[in-house]
Design a protein around this ligand. Sequence first.
Ligand SMILES: [Zn+2]
Length: 764
Amino acid sequence: MIISSYDANSLHRSFGIDLGEIDMGAVESFGVGANWGRVGPGRHSDPHQHDETETFVIVSGTGVIVVDAKRTPVSSGMVLQFEPFETHYLDNTGTTDLLFATFYWRDSPRASRVATTAVRRRFGDRPVFAFSTPPTPNGGLHIGHLSGPYLGTDVFVRFQRMNGANVWHLAATDDFQSYVASCARREGRSPAEVAAHYAADITQTLRLMDIEPDQITHTSRDERYPDALRAFFSRLVDTGRVTRQEGAALFDGETGRYLYEPDIGGGCPTCGSSTGGNICEECGEPNFCVDLVEPRPTSGTAEPRSGTITRYTLPLHDLRADVLEHHHVGRAPARLRELANRVFARERLDVALTHPSAWGVPPTQQDVPGQVIWVWIELAFGFIYGIESLGRRLGIDWRTDAPQDDWKIVHFLGYDNTFYHSILSPALYKIASPDWIPDVDYNVNEFYLLDGDKFSTSRRHAIWGKDLLNPQSVDGIRYYLARTRPETRRTNFTLAEYETVVRETLVDTWQRWLNDLGARVERRHGSIVPDAGIWTPEHTAFLARLENRLSAMAECLGPDGFSLNRAAQTLDGIVEDTLRFSRLEDPLGDIEDAKNEARTAIALELAAAKLLAHCAAPVMPRFAARLAGALGIEPPTQWPRLVTLVPPGTKVNLERQVFFGAQPDAQGPPGSVLPWLSGLIREALQLPEDAEVAAATLVALGVKSMQAIALQYQILERTGADVSVEDLLGERTVAELAAFLSSLSPNNSHTGNLAPMAEEAVGA
Ligand SMILES: [Zn+2]
């Protein structure tokens, strides 16, 4: 028998717990590790994860166990068991020591099972707020922007939604950026006008990209926003941790104007690269303008002058431990944690939180006249403000001054924003809401290059989304950006390569296969899906292969290993696998004696097409819906658990579908819209050929919403006009709809010929 008694004098500190060994003999023979654990009153253990299964037996005291943000009260006599990889910590909310015994062992099958069912691991039924970085409205969105946070967030949200998560895409425009003010000076307009103009441009581009956030905050036009921001800033000041401090700053040698951010450039004090004020895009580290190597103003010629100024300032170095602990709660990639370690290696990091500017929100505090709250405070605040705004619309009481531990926040950002998102923001949350443990996943992308050089809004070295995007091109662009976006390293965009990939992969491979499959189903089965007959070993192996592709896709799109590069590869893999299978099965296709095997092969190819429609839905939603329509199945709204056959007897229409690129008859004369639309509606409602429909609304004719969705796609195919179901089922008669479509299509008619527009965009 082994007896271990708790001994308060033989504890050592680890994972934020005072641990004492329970000697159970050799762990190898017992198979279980064991410890006494103690968490003092008012303390909590460090949030952490591991592959072992672990059991706590609470011996004395009271507290709360937090597992993936779910809080459960615990007290003596309770036994708790954690699954592998669950984020857990013990919070002592009582007045005496919280004492427990812990036993842990490695159960590899259990750990593997958890790791491979990662679709919604860690999320449960918690609200999930996915944020695309707020763009600065000093220009439209270019392909570089779109490839990074915006496509990432959209695909993430679509996939989670298909899996039943409570998830929303939240966006904002970062109107009070100093870059907006400098753009306004250049363009001879007010910053507010510039912000409003480009915010509309940004929203329109997102829509063309099939990205419709659930919440968009325009910070300079939201009536509640300035007071709410001031209240947040006052909470920071009221703690006494953000105070007025005199510090060094740069001023224009001639006019005396305060210089920061876009007004000043020089060498990064850390890595030496050429950089602007306050942040280095190259190494990701902040600077304080005065520490730039050979600082020079970006307008004017006078040497900048060093001086001092009193601003509200945060001693960020004091929050080192809090920020580093924060990175253990959610998903914080190595690259981001490496930056945090680098930044916090500095002895002091006094970050000014107010700056002299006429553009921005002045704080309530009157003792820094002419200064505004730094826009990067707005970034941190804007996220929780977005949650509050979304909650107000949904009728849920989410509040900026009472953020909740069960909120799951997922950020998509470029590496150049890492400091603000993952170091400054959590530090500010710690001060403003000390009891809140923000649970944040960070998805960081690197720079996307255009013809070998960084995309740049201010230098207008860019291909603008709106010049490239239209209903015919959007799926190809989403696919190409998913495939090439810079996830682990910088990657390069060229228009020529994009066009080649669309032609060779999407048109000549995917579409050709689907058309060919349609032709075979038409020839052999009259376009009706056959039932599977006899299964050969190769058939069974192909089904297994498709199952593997399905689980690979879920793994690429799930929160733990989210990667659109690998998602695009997997989609391609489905098509490549199927082409290989199709070639192997082809010799038996028309042999009468083998017809029971041949129909199984066809049924499996159709199952592969159905799988492609479902797996592509988050990445290429239009293509997915059209492919599902051509297969005679519902648009994919739920993530499949298994690969399944298309129901036998379904009518398919694949052989002449044009999924990618311009439609052959897209440019019909406007006058032809009414007869064509009338014919389409008669066909949908199975009305006689001479039925009069022009003067009636679709609702009056009996069109249901599913039929309207089908019409929507046919209209899109034919005219390139992306009309909403609401418009179709609105007040317009069929004749008025035809006129409306004619008015829409010229704006959407730039199909196919992309090169001239791109030249214009790059040269502008
Ligand atoms: Zn640098």
